[in-house]
Design a protein around this ligand. Sequence first.
Ligand SMILES: NC(=O)c1ccc[n+]([C@@H]2O[C@H](COP(=O)([O-])OP(=O)(O)OC[C@H]3O[C@@H](n4cnc5c(N)ncnc54)[C@H](O)[C@@H]3O)[C@@H](O)[C@H]2O)c1
Length: 344
Amino acid sequence: MVFRAVLAGCGGMARGWLRALTEAPDLKGRVEIVGLVDLDRGAAEKLRAEFALDRAMTGTDLEQVLTATKPDLLFDVVVPSARRDVVLTGLRHGCHVLTEKPMAASLDDARALVAEAGSAKRVHAVVQNRRFIAGVRRIRQTIADGLLGDLTALHADFFIGAHFGGFREQMDHPLLLDMSIHTLDAARFMAGVDPLAVYCLETNPRGSWYSNGAAANAIFEFSGDVVFTYRGSWVAEGGTTSWESAWRIIGTAGTLLWDGADKFELKQIADNSGFLRPLQDAAVPPPPHPSQIHGHASVIAEFLDAVETGRPPETAGSDNIKSLAMVFAAIESARTRQRVLIAA
Ligand SMILES: NC(=O)c1ccc[n+]([C@@H]2O[C@H](COP(=O)([O-])OP(=O)(O)OC[C@H]3O[C@@H](n4cnc5c(N)ncnc54)[C@H](O)[C@@H]3O)[C@@H](O)[C@H]2O)c1
């Protein structure tokens, strides 16, 4: 079937969605964009022209466009502060909703969206595109295959001097809420365990061009006695890491290093004797499903498949709220300077 979709929020990221929809082999021809909505009508019209979406209605009022077009799907690519109203409006119009990260601007909002999707019996899924990449899939497989023995720790470093301009430089907790959500979600996904508690120090380093919270250092406790540490800064000039972070993952049988791009180093204990145990190189398995490594295209395909088959999507809001809960617990810990339990 060809789904009919309205896309709300016609800024930078919307172009990535439309490129995926028009170019990715798994998506081509599966979705017709019937409406484009933005508070700035010019932005919607520009996008319509850019992607030759001649049959799409444009508007500034989501309610009106949904009423006029009656789509199957709402694609939500608005700024985080507008997310709650946009998603609720879509669900109340009977749409299945695929929503950008972060899935809500507060945990209460996220709970309200999950509850509304449940009572409306609509699919509600979150774009966690940075877990749909080869490296993250390969690490999850490495851990699941027991190549590290029992997993004991994950450590992620994220250091980028990012000069975005726009909403990120004004919003509260920009690093934790807008970026770390990707890394935290990836850690939860790779480890396959539950987040339990966190201690976090959030700072706005001297010289920061963000209004607050451009850096954070957090220690998470996961179930199974697994520790996850996150060190991140959006105002670190030089020594830049990958956008996927640089990772060190440790188990009872060895260590895996990943540079966040295509360099992996997996070392396993070769012999249980000696002050420093002799190590051997091991291969990191390939991603189990090659269709799941294309970022936005894979998330959108996963969402469409879920709507078609009635199964829950991998990043269903009802599960992905656990990643958002990690973020908000970190924010709360930073505010109170206390260890905070994580509850979705
Ligand atoms: N998954 C990723 O890798 C990734 C990358 C970048 C951005 N994002 C997310 O995508 C979302 C949009 O980011 P962006 O970079 O495109 O921002 P942007 O500022 O470029 O675009 C957002 C657009 O939403 C519009 N808008 C705001 N409120 C609206 C409302 N109530 N109804 C309709 N339109 C509204 C704005 O006018 C603007 O045109 C954010 O949640 C951001 O975190 C995700």
